[in-house]
Design a protein. Sequence first.
Length: 143
Amino acid sequence: MKYAIASDHGGFELKQKLVEYYKKQGVSLCDLGTDSEESCDYPLIAHKMTNAIKAKEFDLGILICGTGIGISIAANRIKGIRAAVLYNEDVARLTREHNNANIAVFGGRMQKFEDVIKYFDIFRTTKFSEENRHQRRICELDE
């Protein structure tokens, strides 16, 4: 699988730690920005990620802002994108299993590095159940 990661300034520190951690694990995260803690606009970062996911350049993405809220709202405005703020193990699993989410979202100022790793590993290894009820609901989101 191919993964991308992006953040605004509020998520920059966490993004850098994740890129380094996963590199050591042999998992590549393509960094789509930002490149510093200088203030930037999270909708632009989300737009860059959603374009890459929709173009199938990557299978899954990680977005990070200070809380995870703003960047998830921006991403979810795009048809075909299902971005979810992951805050526990069950949510990390169910958001893929039931919602086939394609972007994991984290709060760089709100979440512990160790928890983010745990949640993203669950997210990226969980498969969509493809039950009719789940697929029907995903289709309804895009209508």
